[in-house]
Design a protein around this ligand. Structure first.
Ligand code: CAA
Length: 257
């Protein structure tokens, strides 16, 4: 499918989505939101794909929602369009989403990274929620997802001051799981995607679903949810194969991947 604001292509068993508005620092226009979500949904439904990588350019993952597009909006337009509800489609993707972040991930860019399951940062990455400098607040989940993942103190600091944090700080507070040399970012993210795509897809997707459940339910309900999914894996061929391969000291040949 041809897109205007992104590129989407399979790289082996990984679906690669590259944000492609270089003149606008990959600002997230409404069209780009729709295209990212469509590409991600297509990869999610593609049996040959086991994981999805979302990336930008070396300079910018995404410098936020498109301010030029929003500048003239009034309350009624924003409310009627239900900005930014369209991103819910990205959070409905069931396969693992890996954000490979180089350069600026600001405002909506930081929030889209936080919607992903794994965030890999290049050494030059910079994260922030500068909406306060524009007279607004984060609107793609920044006050909610960040508070849950990096805690109240850091979230308040970023959201209320608009300051940027570098890759090392983002890793130390838990927004980012790995920091890699800038030149290696895409290759490393694709390798992580390939590794995940090699495992049993039902196990991978259930694991993602179970971890995300931790943000929605109290601990006792979450533990029960996890146990049911765990029990369900024993109904799969891949559980039999994975355990037999371990016992027989060979590599597993998972059917569902
Ligand atoms: N929206 C629209 N255009 C943007 C943009 C954005 N978020 N970020 C950058 N651009 C455009 C600039 O206007 C500029 O365009 P022109 O060449 O036509 O002037 C071009 O990209 C290059 O940007 P700069 O010249 O500013 O580049 P720089 O290297 O000097 O600075 C930057 C880079 C620090 C990222 C700076 O561009 C910047 O601060 N951008 C805005 C960041 C921001 O405020 N993001 C939050 C947006 S609101 C939001 O995201 C709300 C939400 O929660 C959904």
């Amino acid at each position: 499918m041809a897109y205007e604001t992104i590129k989407a292509e399979p790289r082996g068993r990984v679906g690669l989505i590259t944000l492609n508005r270089p003149k606008a620092m990959n600002a997230l226009s409404q069209l780009m939101m729709r295209e990212i979500c469509q590409a991600a949904a297509d990869f999610d439904g593609d049996a040959k794909i086991g994981a999805i990588v979302l990336t930008g350019s070396e300079k910018a993952f995404a410098a936020g929602a498109d301010v030029k597009e929003m500048e003239k909006l009034g309350y009624s337009e924003a409310y009627l369009a239900d900005l930014w509800r369209g991103w819910d489609r990205l959070t409905e993707v069931r396969k693992p989403l890996i954000a490979a972040v180089s350069g600026y991930a600001l405002g909506g860019g930081c929030e889209v990274a936080a919607m992903c399951d794994i965030v890999i940062a290049a050494e030059n990455a910079k994260f922030g929620q500068p909406e306060i400098t524009l007279g607004i607040l984060p609107g793609m989940g920044g006050t909610q997802r960040l508070a849950r993942s990096i805690g109240k103190a850091k979230t308040m600091d970023l959201v209320l001051t608009g300051r940027l944090m570098d890759a090392a700080e983002a890793e130390s507070c838990g927004l980012v799981s790995r920091v890699v040399p800038t030149a290696d970012l895409l290759e490393d993210a694709l390798k992580i995607g390939e590794k995940i795509a090699d495992f049993s897809l039902p196990a991978v997707m259930s694991a993602k679903e179970s971890v995300l459940q931790a943000f929605e339910t109290p601990l006792d309900a979450g533990l029960k949810y996890e146990r049911r999914l765990f029990h369900a894996t024993f109904a799969t061929d891949d559980q039999s194969e994975g355990m037999a391969a371990f016992v027989q000291k060979r590599s597993p040949q998972f059917k569902n991947r």
